[in-house]
Design a protein around this ligand. Structure first.
Ligand code: ATP
Ligand code: MG
Length: 297
């Protein structure tokens, strides 16, 4: 048996829709890398964490067999593979990542009338997600024929291979270009951080938890802004009411000016000019808004 690894591995898509944002998120979590010559690995420079660059379809399997500890992959890919192989223990989702948003949808030819999923009875449905589609059809109580295709699902109706399709949609432009219209949602998806179901050594477990916390911290930093301002103490109630924040603000007295305060508040990223103007109206001065890169709760 080979010696246990002492470096954590995280798998991300090598090229495609998730690739760049996944690596960017790892950089925001404080990792820096060096590319290997074969471009399959990125060696972590500043932490014992390496990045494995692979096809997204391979990520659930790599996690399952323990070739890597963490992976960033679309929920659609993870759920399809776990439904397709029942009885196998699958990677766990530890965070949702907020990018790669799309949904798996049923789309029918523009001119086909549509009332409910029952209209699919007896039809042929082309998809690259046969297990997710079959599970949805079973839930809806509809008997239809699932035609599995690996790509170009959207042209299947025109080729006469299927009557309707079940495919990933984000903007809907591809459907429109193929004279199809979306009629039902099978799954809402986005990129997720998944973790191997295998037990980790204490060293790898500690690294995995550190990286998970940093990724969560980078994601929540993007959700908040730090607001600082000064005001007369008498304006505090008005200011607190106007702040788009969930936490109570920190309030400090100004040196030698007991009736003046300095306020610091973590606000929702929706904080904008109109909030600042309203705060100024109730007496706030010297308002400053800062981006938050890192949060460690
Ligand atoms: P790979 O070569 O890695 O197998 P791929 O062609 O299977 O790549 P991409 O098209 O890059 O995959 O999509 C990766 C993921 O991006 C999808 O599994 C899905 O989670 C997400 N995604 C977001 N929007 C869309 C969309 N409009 N169409 C397809 N996938 C989308
Ligand atoms: Mg793929």
């Amino acid at each position: 048996m080979s010696a246990p690894r002492d470096r954590l591995r995280i798998a991300v898509q090598k090229s495609g829709r998730l690739a760049e944002t996944s690596l960017d998120l790892l950089r925001r979590a404080g990792l820096s890398f060096r590319a290997s010559r074969d471009r399959l690995f990125l060696f972590g420079d500043n932490l014992p964490i390496d990045v494995l660059l692979v096809r997204d379809d391979d990520i659930p399997g790599l996690l399952r067999e323990g070739s890597c500890e963490l992976g960033m992959v679309g929920r659609n890919v993870l759920d399809e593979q776990s439904l397709a192989t029942p009885g196998v223990v699958f990677p766990k989702v530890v965070s949702t990542l907020g990018f790669g948003r799309c949904h798996l949808a049923i789309a029918v030819p523009q001119e086909m009338p549509w009332g409910s999923p029952a209209d699919l009875e007896g039809l042929r449905i082309a998809t690259s997600y046969p297990a997710l589609l079959a599970a949805w059809l079973a839930r809806e109580g509809v008997a239809a024929e699932v035609v599995t295709l690996n790509g170009s699902v959207e042209i299947a109706p025109r080729l006469g291979k299927a009557d309707v399709i079940c495919d990933l949609v984000s903007t809907g432009a591809t459907l429109q270009a193929n004279q199809l219209r979306e009629v039902a949602t099978v799954l809402d998806s986005e990129a997720v951080l998944a973790r191997t179901p295998r037990a980790l050594s204490p060293l790898l477990a500690e690294l995995a938890e550190r990286l998970q916390a940093r990724i969560d911290g980078a994601l929540s930093g993007a959700q908040v802004r730090l607001l600082m301002l000064q005001a007369p103490r008498s304006a505090l109630a008005d200011i607190t009411r106007l702040l788009p924040s969930r936490q109570a603000p920190s309030v400090m007295s100004l040196d030698g000016q007991p009736d003046q305060i300095s306020v610091q508040a973590l606000c929702h990223r929706s904080l904008d000019w109109s909030h600042l103007e309203a705060l100024r109206q109730v007496g706030a001065r010297g308002l400053m808004v800062m981006a938050v890169d890192q949060v460690l709760a």
